[in-house]
Design a protein around this ligand. Structure first.
Ligand code: ZN
Ligand code: ZN
Length: 362
């Protein structure tokens, strides 16, 4: 290959990488989902057989959400596996001037900054369940958000809604970080009230209702030894988003998510031969498979369905399935609007439509 040919090849590759994440947007054939640029580009990308897997981080975050806007940002779409592309679970919901965070996995603080927010802007954290991948980012958000630096500046206590055990978690963290907390109060004169955790443990039903923003905790089914586990539905101004949390196929989720404009659902998949492995079998039994999620989407009929919390396991000699496989398996049971979620993907919920506002083209 000549130098010119190599350069041309690299350009073509770069072009594919830029358009690949949009391919899924165009693939949805969406009614009511405004995928923007994706629709125009998707045909070309799909005809090349590309998986919608590449990253296209926004050059800059979307402008700050207007007070009456309903915006949902995927801060983290990963699972326990350390992955530079998919940080730990975290979904940011901005509605009616409130900033609500669902789960706080690894790297949520960095993603919050990338989304253009200060750590201290989070009004309340809602925890789906206490598996570490959903809460391991809490110490960072809680402690770093306390600082007076421009990127932090929480104005009051750290507000947390979580299942039974959340109080114990925050008490334990307070003990674990005792030295830091005392040192910063004495040395930096930080306010003791702002490092205080204000915890509400919930069972199910409406757990938050302020200024027209309502959060409903939905009991889901993560497995006998892992329950209680919850999903959340956020309603504001006649629009709503539902986030599944970790669950097997859940009838309750389907009924509670009914009428949601946006449905964000976890997914787990492996190659069939790996199900012989007892450890992998147990993990898969705790999660929803792509075709099962497709059934959920078909019955809820959201304006847009999005996968997040990808549990795609492999073993030496057996690579994990990829997101394109997940998409195609879901297509066996669902033919409506569907996206493979990516970190920092953001949506605006308008009356009658869900609009993807990030990633944007530079
Ligand atoms: Zn999880
Ligand atoms: Zn879990």
């Amino acid at each position: 290959m000549s130098l010119n040919e190599i350069v041309a090849h690299m350009r073509r590759l770069l072009c594919m990488i830029m358009i690949a994440p949009w391919a899924a947007a165009g693939a949805v054939g969406a009614s009511g989902f405004a995928g923007g640029l994706g629709v125009a580009l998707a045909g070309g990308a799909l005809s090349l057989g590309l998986a919608p897997v590449a990253i296209a981080q926004p050059a800059a975050p979307p402008p700050p959400a207007a007070r009456d806007e309903f915006r949902v940002t995927l801060l983290g779409t990963g699972s326990p596996a350390p992955n530079m592309r998919r940080f730990g679970p975290g979904v940011l919901v901005q509605a009616g001037g409130k900033v609500l965070l669902i789960d706080c996995g690894r790297g949520v603080t960095q993603r919050l900054r990338q989304a253009g927010l200060k750590l201290g802007q989070v009004d309340a954290l809602f925890i789906t369940h206490l598996h570490s991948d959903h809460i391991v980012g809490i110490p960072d958000l809680w402690l770093t958000g306390w600082l007076e630096a421009e990127y932090a500046q929480r104005p009051g206590p750290f507000v947390v809604y979580g299942p039974a055990g959340t109080g114990q978690l925050m008490d334990g963290l307070t003990r674990a970080f005792d030295w830091d907390i005392k040192a910063r109060i004495a040395d930096q004169n930080l306010k003791p009230d702002v490092i205080r955790a204000e915890v509400t443990e919930f069972l199910q039903g409406v757990i938050y209702d302020r200024d027209g923003v309502k959060v409903t905790a939905i009991t889901v089914d993560h497995g006998e030894l892992l329950n209680p586990a919850f999903g959340f539905r956020v309603d504001y101004g006649g629009r709503s988003v539902t986030v599944s949390g970790d669950t097997r196929f859940s009838e309750n989720l389907i009924s509670q998510a009914s009428g949601s404009d946006l449905l964000i659902h976890q997914v787990a998949a492996v190659r069939p031969e790996l199900l012989k492995n007892p450890v992998i079998k147990v993990i898969l039994a705790h999660h929803t498979k792509p075709d099962e999620a497709g059934v959920v989407f078909s019955r809820v009929k959201p304006r847009l369905a999005v996968f997040y919390h990808f549990v795609l396991l492999g073993m030496p000699g057996t690579p994990p399935v990829n997101e394109k496989d997940v998409f195609e398996q879901a297509r066996q049971t669902y033919d409506g609007p569907l996206l493979i979620g990516e970190d920092l993907m953001a949506f605006r919920l308008d009356a009658g439509s869900v609009v993807q506002i990030a990633p944007r083209t530079p």
